[in-house]
Design a protein around this ligand. Structure first.
Ligand code: SF4
Length: 365
């Protein structure tokens, strides 16, 4: 059971304890909280309506609640845990990257992408990341801390507001921002359940994709959950010698163990898993590697998303030439493995995860 103490965010400095936030609480906990301030259960339902359907920005927006009750609940509950630090647009405004400040001063990135047929938000689940993939800006500085479910929800609520401002609605959510969701599994699941709750955002689980670098126990736990979310696994290499150099956790859960976990996940859930493959020039992009990848995946009914690498200031990796990208994809499809090349959005705003935070910290006093 979640207690008031559990939901307090513990910053690095032990001298500061932050108030719980609205988005971190379940509907039952909101009711308990309002009751403690004299609010009837129907007031909790009103508050929920304001928070999730009208995307209120603060308690003061909840106009059907008595002002005295709004003031009372604000004394020991913060509404929104994130404050916008900056936002950046690219692709003629179709890609927007937001940089938020947490209440303990950390920076969190979110990307919102508008397509003709969908609107996708890419959410972060940690500040930094402990996995330390060789090609990733987020992993460079290690892990600062996990985000709470409320901090993940805040990213989605702001993205929803921005979509509505353009007469659109969010349609898809990917957990491919900063962090490894399976190293923050409890908060990630709490986040997904809140989104999925029809009385809250009512966001369909099938429109949510959780991406992992290959944390096998996380794949096993997700398989046991009754959630219909999509799973994407960032493979990036078809063999241990290469994957060890790109994704350090491969030494703990090597390719054969990871593939067995994916096979078991698909068998148990009946859901397909997609494979993410960041294509880097001269690293994992040659013909022999494509053939080896095809042999590994053939017959497994997995779709490969080939993501030509987004150059990062501090890292030595490069994007292959377009002809080499197309040839890699063609080798996979010729071997019966479906593959799609997906170019990252927002190159000019450093939209690959962790880049914007790293750059902002480098230039901020
Ligand atoms: S790619 Fe993902 S898992 Fe790897 S270091 Fe970056 S954020 Fe972490």
């Amino acid at each position: 059971m979640t207690t008031q103490t559990d939901i307090l965010v513990q910053p690095r400095s032990p001298s500061r304890r932050l108030l719980a936030t609205y988005y971190d609480l379940s509907a039952d906990e909101i009711e308990t909280h309002l009751r403690a301030h004299g609010g009837q259960p129907f007031r909790a339902r009103q508050a929920e309506e304001w928070a999730w359907k009208h995307l209120a920005r603060d308690f003061s927006d909840m106009r059907t609640l008595p002002a005295a009750l709004r003031d009372a609940i604000a004394t020991d509950l913060t509404f929104d845990p994130l404050t916008l630090e900056r936002d950046f647009e690219a692709d003629q405004g179709d890609t927007v990257k937001m940089l938020y400040r947490t209440r303990d001063g950390q920076l969190v990135e979110t990307v919102l992408m508008f397509y003709p047929d969908r609107v996708t938000v890419c959410v972060s689940c940690q500040v930094g990341c402990a996995v330390g993939c060789a090609f990733c800006a987020t992993g460079l500085g290690g892990l600062e801390r996990n985000l709470t479910a409320g901090e993940m929800i805040s990213q989605v609520i702001d993205a929803s507001r921005r979509a509505r401002a353009r007469d659109r609605e969010l349609t898809n959510l990917v957990m491919m921002g900063m962090g490894e969701p399976f190293q923050n599994l409890n908060e990630t699941l709490k986040f997904v359940r809140s989104l999925n709750d029809p009385n809250r955002l009512g966001f369909g689980a099938r429109r949510i994709t959780i991406s992992t670098s290959g944390i096998v126990p996380g794949i096993e736990k997700l398989a046991a959950e009754p959630l219909q979310v999509n799973l994407a696994v960032s493979l990036h290499a078809p063999n241990n010698a290469l994957r060890d150099t790109l994704v350090p956790i491969n030494k703990r859960w090597p390719v054969e163990t990871l593939m067995a976990a994916i096979d078991a996940y698909m068998k148990k859930t009946g859901r397909r898993v997609s494979i993410e493959y960041a294509l880097m020039k001269g690293i994992n992009s040659n013909d022999a590697t494509a053939i080896e990848l095809a042999q590994l995946l053939k017959g497994r009914h997995m779709h490969v998303n080939i993501i030509p690498f987004n150059p990062v200031d501090l890292l030595p990796f490069e994007r292959p030439q377009p002809a080499d990208i197309d040839r890699f994809a063609a080798i996979l499809t010729d071997h019966g493995v479906p593959a799609t090349v997906r170019y990252s959005r927002g190159l000019e705003i450093a939209a690959a995860c962790g880049q914007l935070r790293a750059r902002h910290e480098a230039i901020s006093p």
